[in-house]
Design a protein around this ligand. Sequence first.
Ligand code: 13P
Ligand code: SF4
Length: 304
Amino acid sequence: MGQDTREAAMRLKREHDAVVLAHYYVPAKTQELADFVGDSFALARIATTCDASTVVMAGVRFMGESVKLLNPGRRVLLPEPRADCPMAHMADPAFVARCRAEEDDIAVVCYVNSTAELKALSDVCVTSSNAVAVVRALPQRSVLFIPDENLGRFVAEQVPEKRVILNPGCCPIHRDISPASVTAAKERHPGAVVLAHPECSSAVLAMADVAGSTAEIIGAIEASDATDFVVCTVNGVGHEIARRCEGKGKRVHFPSPAPCCPDMAAITPEKVIACLETGSGEVALPSCAEAARAPLEAMLELAA
Ligand code: 13P
Ligand code: SF4
C-alpha cells in the first residue's frame, strides 16, 4: 500500500471522526489501514467502547449490522455493502418457531454470523470464541443452535449436559476444507501443529490439535514453541500471524487450495477510502432492531 493511501486514510479518519475496524480475514492492506483488527467478538465489543462518531466496519454485512445494533447513535459504514456471509441466512424462522412451540424450556442461541432478523428470534448471540462458555452458562437445558451446524456440534460436544438441537447451515469456505487436504498438508510438513476454526467439519476438527476462533488460532501460534502450523481457516489470518511472529522462524501452511472467503476479500483499501470520502455504505437500523439488539447485549454480558 502506498504512502498516499495511508495518508489519505489518516486524514479522512481525522476529518470525519472515524475509526476503522477490520476482521482478520480482509486483505492485508485493508488490515493495515485499521485502528483495530480482531475476531468477531472483539470487533463487537470494541465498537461499544470506542468514542468515534463514525465506525467503518471492514468486514461482512452482519459485522456492520451488529455494530449498528449495539451503537444506534453512531454512523456505521460498510466499505463493500454487497459483501455478505452466506451462512448468515441459513436458518428458517419457521424451524425456530417449531422448536420453541415444542419445548417450553429452550434457549435459541444464534451465532453472530446471522441476519438481524434471525438474531431477533433468539435469546442470546455467541461468537466462536465464547459459544461454549455462553451455552454452558445458560439456565435452560435445551438449546437450539442457529445457523452453523458445525459450531453447534462443536459446542454440544464441549457441553454434554445440554441437549443441543442443530440446524443445517454452514460456512461454504470452511465446509470445503477436506480431511484429505489436511492430511496432505501434514505429510508435507511433518510435525506441524494443526489448528482449525470450529466452522470446519467434525472430521477436520477431529484432526486438529487446537480448535478455536480466529483470535484463538493466532494467539495459540504466537504462544507455541513449534515452527510449523497447518491452519484450517481463511488465509487472511496469515497477515496477523506474520506480524506477531516476525523474526521467530514460524511457518504457516494452509490446506490446498488455500481457503479464501470471497466476501471478505472484496473489502479493499480503496473501498475503505471511498466510503470515508463519500459516506457510502451506511448501515440502516433494521426494523427489528430492538429484538435483535437484546441477544447481542446478552452475549456481551454473559461473555464479559
Ligand atoms: P471469528 O469469530 O473466529 O473471527 O470468525 C468469524 C468468521 O466469519 C469465521 O468464518
Ligand atoms: Fe461467512 Fe464463511 Fe466468509 Fe466467515 S468465512 S464470513 S462464515 S462465508
